[in-house]
Write a protein that binds this ligand. Sequence first.
Ligand SMILES: Cc1cc2nc3c(=O)[nH]c(=O)nc-3n(C[C@H](O)[C@H](O)[C@H](O)COP(=O)(O)OP(=O)(O)OC[C@H]3O[C@@H](n4cnc5c(N)ncnc54)[C@H](O)[C@@H]3O)c2cc1C
Length: 229
Amino acid sequence: MKATLLKSHELAPEVRHFVFEVPGVQELPFKPGQFVSFEATLRGKNITRAYSIASRPDGNRFELCLNLVHEGSFSPHLFAMEPGDSVEMTPPLGFFTIRNPAKDALFIATGTGIAPFRSMVPDYLAHAEAKRLTLLFGVRYENSIYYGHEFVELASRHSNFRFWPTLSRPEPSWGGRSCHVQNHLLEAIGDQRDLDVYICGLKAMVDDVRAILKALGFDRKQIIFEKYD
Ligand SMILES: Cc1cc2nc3c(=O)[nH]c(=O)nc-3n(C[C@H](O)[C@H](O)[C@H](O)COP(=O)(O)OP(=O)(O)OC[C@H]3O[C@@H](n4cnc5c(N)ncnc54)[C@H](O)[C@@H]3O)c2cc1C
């Protein structure tokens, strides 16, 4: 199966939003939260990398949110793609999907770890109208709150949804939350223990948040995570 790039645009320095289609198929079935694997032979080496789908199911199209790892093997190749270029891919896979839409949930992302939540948040709100959902999103700078306007708009329409961006390197003019997502965990959870927590991002953050949740008494089945590295 191939994915053909339709267009891409910059979301923040070194982070881009990509829109792909899969030629020759009508539908690309997947569950919000799943990823595709891309494959290419680069400098004589066969390389495969996973990318979370950052859009809801939409015919044969899907969207990704990628950051450029300068010394990386694969992301520079994707950032060099022009509309019309193709890349080999496998169909969507993965278990980072909503377990129990009947429960309150906390979604935690840092950086491009927001990608699966751009698909999962609207899906969760569509299927669990009465349940409470918080999205805690950590980035360094205000201009890196990718898709922030979309989450703000969803929060304005769904009183059960809270969007909490937090900046680790805020400008003095920033009036919102600052520091790492870990600093806001206790406030997001409060006394509640009957909720599922979904975490996505780099290993260091994911492991740190899991350790805090375990110390708070969360069962491992309530902690669903995706590590990017
Ligand atoms: C299930 C899954 C879903 C993923 N979804 C996304 C996604 O939606 N968007 C995305 O940008 N990446 C995603 N990744 C990471 C992606 O697969 C690649 O690891 C990333 O593009 C770097 O690949 P590379 O070959 O350029 O770098 P490599 O040569 O593999 O070097 C990776 C190095 O860069 C560091 N690094 C910095 N930023 C990242 C990052 N975002 N991901 C991984 N490593 C990073 C790592 O710590 C590591 O040391 C996902 C990974 C997994 C396992």
